[in-house]
Design a protein around this ligand. Sequence first.
Ligand code: FES
Length: 123
Amino acid sequence: MAKKELFVAKQADLPDGERKIVPNGNYEIGVYRVNGELHAYRNVCPHQGGPACEGLLMAKVEEVIAEDKTYQGMRFNHDEMHIVCPWHGWEFDLRTGDMVADRKFRLRKHDVVERDDGIYVVA
Ligand code: FES
């Protein structure tokens, strides 16, 4: 089937840190602008089909272990943002769509095109 471009938003209407979910026939596509980068994924979780793109967007949580192997607590790593599926909490790397606990699972990625004043997603 031929690919098509779907209009997502005008540039000004998708500010940094925001997402927009656009319909495309019998599924939706979530489009994110985070740290100046655009990413788009099908809004279908590979676990049980939940609306992953409607979930929280949060920084990776890391456990901090000191050189002496003592546990120092947890911290947020804002260099790796995660999409968290609202149904059962599977987390996906915003940059790749990979499920972070098992990277053989992933959200289906869509290309994003910026043209003139608009943002489009390839479906
Ligand atoms: S459907 Fe997404 S985590 Fe279960």
